[in-house]
Design a protein around this ligand. Structure first.
Ligand SMILES: Cc1ncc(COP(=O)(O)O)c(C=O)c1O
Length: 415
């Protein structure tokens, strides 16, 4: 007998999502990119590399070389851990930077953001403490938030983390408990542009060694240095506990979506397993292009140009801000990276000011975006005074106009 089944008509049900989706925060910068497309708007919000820094003219040649060298392998799936020729090229290249790595302890990721997500999956339980700098990279806050951590904030001075506070924050709550995860950017930090000194890096490593924390060192800006050489990475002083994350976004091209981690041995198979479930492997063709770009020396050849481009942009923006911002606004000139952290006078609220700035044709990211949600009220107010301004994505004339517009917008607020 033929039984016919007619499902009931669908009723509008509430959106059904996993509980953890309540932890998801939106990325203020990505949301704001919509504003960036308004005609005439100057975007100081995102962290886009300069388009003139990309090796556009070289790409057809690079692609030819890749096809000659790797043929169909460049179009095939590859090891989850990463395309072996890229892992080899990265290990050789990192050795020139005094960063110890082997093809066996590198994991290639889909941008460094992919590494942050995978590490969150492996290392953060609901309510487990995660120690971060304040302010910190908002993409890390976003990636880790999904897993429901409790944020703990480091105090830092001009040299790096305050050691006593670091010691207290990174100790396990009770003997036998897991030590908190630590996420830091010791070099040209996004958003503040600050770095740890070499001495403080070694001292911080000694503290962290005592407690056995896993430490995530996020280091995408090391090579974008304009005045001085950066201190050696924390990874060099604490290799057994540090997961070092690098990125090719800022020194090659973010559209290829390539990052990498140097991973302590016990964690490596776990990271690879987590990545298998996420994306099987990072795009092989991107990896093959990067292998060729690095190994042929072209990445290193392009670095002086990158540094010159960004030094000019930084100087253009800081000179113009010095002319146009009121004297009550302060910033220090970053020695590397892509960002300027500008602090207004007490009571200045950068969230509120953002809409005024947008009305004047310029936008930035307000300080409030760079903190987890458990910040104390005095710290919240302190950080609400700050704005992150990006100097890599616009030409120098546009940066000067942006500073002028900010100055005009502040005048309308009687500042
Ligand atoms: C500190 C930091 N970490 C990670 C990333 C993510 O970079 P990507 O995924 O392009 O490697 C960025 C991007 O701006 C960043 O500033």
């Amino acid at each position: 007998m033929n039984v016919e089944y007619t499902p009931k008509a669908a009723t509008a049900a509430p959106l059904q999502l996993a509980q953890r989706s309540a932890n998801l925060r939106s990325n203020a910068i990505r949301d704001m990119l919509k504003v960036a497309h308004q005609p005439g708007m100057i975007a100081l919000g995102g962290g886009n590399p300069a388009k003139e820094s990309f090796p556009v003219a070289l790409m057809p040649r690079l692609m030819k070389d890749v096809m000659r060298r790797f043929s169909s392998n460049a179009l095939q799936y590859c090891d989850t851990q990463g395309f072996p020729p890229l892992r080899q090229a990265l290990a050789d290249w990192l050795a020139q930077l005094q960063i110890a790595a082997t093809p066996d302890n590198i994991v290639v990721t889909t941008g460094s953001q992919n590494a942050l997500d995978l590490l969150g999956k492996l290392l953060i339980d609901e309510q487990s403490p995660v120690v971060v700098e304040q302010p910190t990279y908002l993409g890390a806050l976003q990636a880790f938030s999904l897993f429901g951590p409790r944020w703990r904030y480091l105090d830092e001075d001009e040299e790096g983390p305050a050691l006593q506070k670091l010691d207290a924050l990174t100790a396990p709550a009770r003997p036998g408990d897991r030590a908190p995860l630590v996420y830091v950017m010791p070099t040209f930090r996004n958003p503040s542009g600050k770095s740890w000194s070499a001495e403080r890096t070694r001292q911080a490593a000694a503290v962290l060694r005592r407690h056995g924390n896993w430490v995530v060192e996020d280091d995408p800006y090391r090579l974008l240095t304009y005045d001085t050489s950066p201190s050696p990475p924390l990874k060099s002083s604490l290799p057994e506990q540090t997961i070092y994350i690098g990125s090719l976004s800022k020194v090659f091209a973010p559209g290829l979506r390539l990052g990498y981690c140097i991973v302590p041995d016990p964690l490596l198979p776990w990271l690879v397993k987590a990545k298998q479930g996420t994306d099987l492997n990072t795009g092989t063709l991107s990896q093959a292009l990067a292998a060729e770009y690095i190994q042929s020396g072209r990445l290193n050849d392009n670095l002086p140009l990158l540094r010159a481009i960004y030094r000019d942009k930084r100087d253009a923006l800081t000179d113009a801000l010095a002319r146009h911002l009121p004297g009550s606004f302060e910033f220090s000139i970053p020695k590397g990276g892509m960002f300027l952290w500008v602090k207004g006078p007490p009571g200045f609220d950068s969230d509120h000011f953002l809409s005024v700035a947008i009305a004047h044709g310029v936008f930035f990211v307000p300080g409030s975006a760079f903190f987890g949600d458990t910040l104390s009220e005095p710290m919240r107010q302190e950080n609400a005074r700050c704005m992150r301004l990006n100097f890599s994505g616009n030409d120098t004339d546009t940066l000067k106009r942006a500073a002028e517009r900010l100055g005009k917008a502040l005048k309308t607020c009687n500042l």
